[in-house]
Design a binder for this molecule. Sequence first.
Ligand SMILES: [Zn+2]
Length: 201
Amino acid sequence: MPKNAYPAALKRVVAALSKLPGVGEKTAARLAMHLLRAPEGEALELGNALMELKEKIQLCRRCFAFADQESCPICAEAGRRQGQIMVVAEPGDLLAIEKVGWYQGLYHVLGGLLSPIEGVGPDDLRLMELLDRVMKEEVQEVILALNPSLEGESTTTYLAQELKPLGVKVSRIAYGLPMGGDIKYADQQTLKEALSHRVAT
Ligand SMILES: [Zn+2]
């Protein structure tokens, strides 16, 4: 059906869906058609889930992961190894690492990577918060798990420099990932290898 034949309500859904990463207009139209044909409850559930996402999800006060209370599920979980912090760039990286199910410590979400080209400096990331945690939480080890990219490398170098004077062990995950690869999209086996073979910085 040509796009101009869409009723306004359908056009609105297609337009909204095609803004999602990896979703072109064709896929957006297919998803919209699916929702239109699906039982009413299914479409409403999606709508409600999206509303709740924006209303209820906040960032953990301690590690800045997604949370629906003051603490994220990981910080709230008894039995996570205290004193060990894995530093990731984004919440999506944390979710990918958690899916592997191997790591038992805590996290710190930086909120991005240093990038002079895009104007992202140390003050734009949650660096001070990390240094603060290392000093206050009796942290013994910080594991840097940043993407193998130019930005990831320079952020790793910068963080190692800032962290070492605090007397904490700093390591980075070993990469089977190619340069330019992304933790979020790495397969689980590769990620598990990278997590379990850490190298000193
Ligand atoms: Zn947390």
